[in-house]
Design a binder for this molecule. Structure first.
Ligand SMILES: [Zn+2]
Length: 286
């Protein structure tokens, strides 16, 4: 029996409690998250507009379409739909300006001044993150989010190099450290895909020297390096072929790269960042 699913109950896998042999639905992908627990797609029912989440596990069958529309924006209260019903864009300029993530990614609190008051009391960490053998990124996050921030971006190594109270100083410090040591500000998913398999010894050595270089430079107040090896958070892969839909056993995710194994045994990777804003068909056998 096939049943079209009308909506997703919030905060639970949306096939729970429904006695049918197969479920399906068309959803609009808002965000992909792989920090803690199962890789999760935050999505809206393309028909009803109801917001929910899909936790990927076991055998999954997801086909992404070419249909693209604005994801809307995240407010402090949650995800809200696009005011313009904009199509052929992941996020329209109106929604991008309203998105609360701007406050945390670029330190622009102009749309949400009340968040700035909270942020002033918040502890921020400046960190280095290593990807494969050769990429070192310098970034910042709220201190309590450090580990999830490392895992959700798929870093192989991470280390806090500075602590700051409030957002005023940390954003300029981040820019200064990036430019002085030629660290990356962001790492493209294509670069991460090419580094699913790498020499762990060489990577660890390279990361350690980057941390040591910052420590001995005096560019930041002295700190005791605690280097995290994050390998246990990701599936072990030799190599994966990039593909555009999901059909097989979910192995896990590394940042926004979803990894699965097909029935004949091939290992595949889907760039989930590229899928944000698209509409997809999800089918699940019970
Ligand atoms: Zn919009």
């Amino acid at each position: 029996m096939l049943q079209r699913h009308s909506g997703i109950p919030p905060n639970e896998p949306f096939y729970m409690g429904i006695a049918v042999s197969c479920l399906m639905g068309i959803f609009h992908m808002i965000r992909f998250y792989s920090g803690e627990g199962a890789p999760t797609i935050f999505c809206r029912n393309s028909g009803s507009g109801e917001m929910g989440k899909l936790e990927l596990s076991g055998f999954e069958d997801i086909t992404f379409s070419m249909r693209l529309s604005c994801i809307g924006y995240k407010s402090p209260e949650g995800y809200l739909p696009c005011k313009n019903s904009a199509i052929n864009t992941r996020q329209c300029p109106t929604c991008s300006a309203l998105d609360v993530s701007r406050a945390y990614t670029v330190g622009d609190f102009s749309t949400y001044p009340s968040l700035y008051e909270d942020a002033k009391k918040e502890e921020y960490s400046l960190y280095l993150a290593g990807f494969g053998e050769d990429i070192i990124k310098c970034g910042l996050t709220r201190k309590e989010r450090f580990l999830s921030r490392m895992v959700e971006q798929g870093a192989d190594f991470g280390c806090i190099i500075g602590s700051f109270t409030g957002p005023d100083e940390v954003y300029s410090k981040e820019a200064e450290i990036q430019s002085r040591f030629s660290f990356s500000n962001s790492v493209r998913l294509a670069q991460k895909l090419r580094r699913l398999h790498f020499d762990r010894g060489a990577a660890s050595e390279n990361f350690r020297s980057a941390v040591e270089m910052v420590k001995t430079s005096g560019a930041l107040p002295d700190f005791t390096p605690e280097i995290l090896d994050l390998s246990s958070h990701y599936p072990r892969m030799k190599a994966a072929t990039e593909t555009d839909s999901i059909l097989g056993q979910i192995l896990g995710a590394k940042g926004e790269i979803l990894l699965f194994k097909s029935e004949p045994g091939g290992e595949y990777a889907v760039n989930m960042r590229k899928k944000v804003g698209t509409h997809f068909k999800w089918e699940k056998d019970k």
